[in-house]
Each structure stands twice: as C-alpha cells, then as structure tokens.
Design a protein around this ligand. Structure first.
Ligand code: NAD
Length: 356
C-alpha cells in the first residue's frame, strides 16, 4: 500500500507514528479531516499482524468518524489511535502514560476519548495525568460516565424513527426486536425497549450475558447463529463487525436493521443494496450509534446531562433526513448518509475558506 497516496485519495491530513522503546509503545494516531474541528477518536490496543494492517485500520476508522461527527452535528473531525500489542500481556502504566504524552504533543489537534478498545477506566485516569486533550472521563472524575448507556438510548430513538418510516407509527409497543450481542450497548438498548413494551430475543456467545437477558428482561434466548433466522420487526446487531453479508442477509426475517456494531456491513455498497432489495430498512450504524460520543463531547465546558440528552434527541431527525434523501435520489441509506455528511463538511469548508 502506498500510504500517502491512500491518504490523499481519502482526504486524510496526518498520520503520526509514535514509538517509545523503553515504555514498549508502538502506536499510530490517524487524523482524517479537521474541517469541523479537532480530530477526536478512541484508542484501541490490538496485536495487529503488521504495521500496515494497523495503519490501514486507523486510516479507515478515522475517516468513518469524520462522517459520524458531521451527522451528529459535532464540531470534531475523525481520528483514531491504535496501539500495537496485546492489552492483557503488554499494556503497562509506562505505555499508557507514554501514549498520553504523544497525544499532548499534538497540542489539541487530536483529542483522545477514554475507555474501550482494551483501555480501562484506570487507563483513562493515567492518560489524563499526561494530557489535557482527553474526553470521555469516568463520572468519578466529573466526566460523562459510561457512553454505552447513551448509545443504547440513541439506538432506541433511532428505532422509533425507523418504525415511523416502515410501519407509519413510532410506537414500538408489542414490536419484536432481535438483539445480537448483549454487552454494554445491547443491554442498555434493552432497558429502553423494556420500558416501551417490546418483546426481545437475544443471542450472545457469553453464557452470563444471555442469563442476564433472560432473567432481567424476560428475553427469549437463541443460539448465536440462529439470531439471523428469528422472525422479528427489527434486527439489532450490537456485537461485532461484518455480520451482514451475502450469507446472513437472505436469512433475515425483519423489516428494519438498526444496531451499533461497527462496520456491520461486510461490503458497504453491496450489502446495503442487498438489504434494500429485500425491502429491509437499514439505519447506518454511524448515525444511530452516535449517542455515546454525543454524550462524551458534552463534557466540554462542563458536563450537563440535559445538554447531552437534547443533542441525542436529534438522531431520529437525522435518520428521517437520510431516509428522505435515499428515496428522492434512489440510493441506499448508507449512500444517503454519506452524501449528507459530505454536504455538511463541504458547507463548513466553504465558510472556513471565506473567513481566511
Ligand atoms: P461489548 O463488548 O460490551 O458487547 C459485545 C457483546 O457481543 C459481548 O457480550 C460479546 O460476548 C457479544 N458477542 C461477540 N460476538 C458475538 C457473536 N458472534 N454473536 C453474539 N454475541 C456476540 O461491546 P459494546 O460496547 O456493547 O459494543 C458493541 C458494538 O457496538 C461494537 O461493535 C462497538 O464498536 C459498537 N459501538 C459501541 C459503542 C459504545 O458506546 N459502547 C458506541 C458505538 C458503537
């Protein structure tokens, strides 16, 4: 791969390679597009097979984040931090603090978010000791707390917008939802659905997760692979990437797909078309799963729950705009979401250039 060519073609601005031999740190910080504001992105530690694989992941992810923030109405550009290594065996205080110092050295061009991707709350505290360019802090540090609660809430609101589009009413009462993956987001979503009288079916590869779903939410439990065959109104992938592909899509018996799983379409273009051809409405994940990041960014200027919630309430409207573009232009919802994001970035770029 020619990295600079790839970056030029995809609009990336900067790639920072961070190495601290003493601390055992090998990391990459990708900054996609800072038109809307400084790059913001979560860290991930994973033993990538090669530097190239890690770089490509960081570049792709940061680009998707730019679109996500544009559609969530946030003044940030897309970013991503990748630390190469096994978080269980190789993460240390020295490594995390060294990463924090690299983030600090970028003087606010990149803001790291706390938690996730192999980084714990304790790691977030360590990062915060080294850099002020961090958000997504634990509630104990006056931060916004667990983002998945808000991601789940945003998906719930987004499902209502999808129901209005497909069934003509946003009530989910007596609707059926199949949730794949009952982790932080899946269980937060279930809490909202339970309040609305929704019947849920759940699959997870962890026995404790399905036990919890059954006991607390009276969920019907199916084997992990059987979730695609469940007859339901909404299929909600909240587990892992690439679950929607040419093998699974023909098995779906739902009218709507709406869930948080990143890169849930194995091939964005091809599989969004396959869903559309089958009459299934797909809520692009980077739109519907923005609740968590919206909540985190509400830390800036002092966290206020009501401010975060009011911004999350915009998710259904954004989805409605996307459905409307998809219909009027005869494109998939994925393409429509990209178009809307590109339009918003373009508008911001024009304003920026007219100022300078
Ligand atoms: P999590 O790790 O808390 O939960 C994922 C759950 O999925 C786990 O219980 C795991 O056992 C289960 N799982 C894994 N593979 C499975 C399979 N094949 N079938 C069924 N279950 C399986 O993760 P999370 O924070 O809930 O995030 C879920 C997805 O949503 C991820 O793709 C994540 O990137 C994305 N996402 C999360 C947030 C957030 O706020 N946490 C925000 C946006 C997007």
């Amino acid at each position: 791969m020619n990295i600079t060519e790839y970056m030029g073609e995809n609009g990336h601005e900067q790639l920072v390679i961070c190495v601290d031999k003493e601390a055992g740190l090998r990391a990459i910080i990708a900054i996609h597009d800072t038109t809307l504001g400084p790059a913001l992105g979560p860290p991930r530690m994973e033993p990538f097979a090669s530097d190239e694989e890690a770089i490509l992941h960081a570049l792709r992810f940061s680009q998707a984040q730019t679109y996500k923030y544009a559609l969530a109405g946030l003044a940030f550009g897309g970013g991503r931090t990748i630390v190469i290594g096994d978080p269980v065996k190789e993460k240390s205080e020295a490594l995390v603090r060294s990463l924090g110092r690299f983030v600090e050295s970028l003087s606010g061009r990149f803001i790291i978010t706390g938690g996730g991707g192999g980084f714990s709350e304790a790691d977030t505290e360590l990062l915060q000791r080294e850099t002020s360019h961090i958000i997504g802090l634990p509630a104990a540090l006056d931060g916004s707390g667990e983002p998945a609660i808000f991601t789940g809430y945003g998906i719930f609101l987004g499902m209502k917008a999808c129901a209005r589009e497909v069934f003509g009413s946003d009530s989910l009462r007596d609707r059926t939802v199949a949730i794949q993956g009952f982790g932080r987001v899946g269980s937060a979503l279930a809490k909202n659905l339970k309040g609305e009288g929704v019947q849920i079916t759940v699959s997870d590869i962890m026995a404790e997760a399905v036990d919890y779903a059954h006991k607390e939410f009276d969920a019907e439990i199916v084997d992990p692979d059987a979730i695609y065959d469940v007859e339901c109104d909404i299929f909600s992938p909240c587990a892992c990437p690439e679950v929607l592909n040419s093998k699974t899509i023909p098995r779906l018996k739902c009218k709507i797909v709406a869930g948080s799983a990143n890169n849930q379409l194995q091939d964005e273009e091809k599989h969004s078309q396959e869903l559309q051809q089958r009459g299934i409405l797909h809520a692009p994940e980077y739109v519907i799963s923005a609740g968590g990041v919206i909540n985190m960014t509400s830390e800036i200027g002092g966290y206020k729950l009501e401010v975060a919630r009011s911004k999350i309430l915009n998710i259904p409207q954004t989805l409605e705009n996307i459905f409307s573009i998809a219909k009027s232009e005869g494109v998939t919802t994925t393409r429509a979401a990209d178009k809307l994001a590109e339009y918003r970035i373009q508008q911001a770029r024009k304003v920026k250039h007219s100022d300078s």
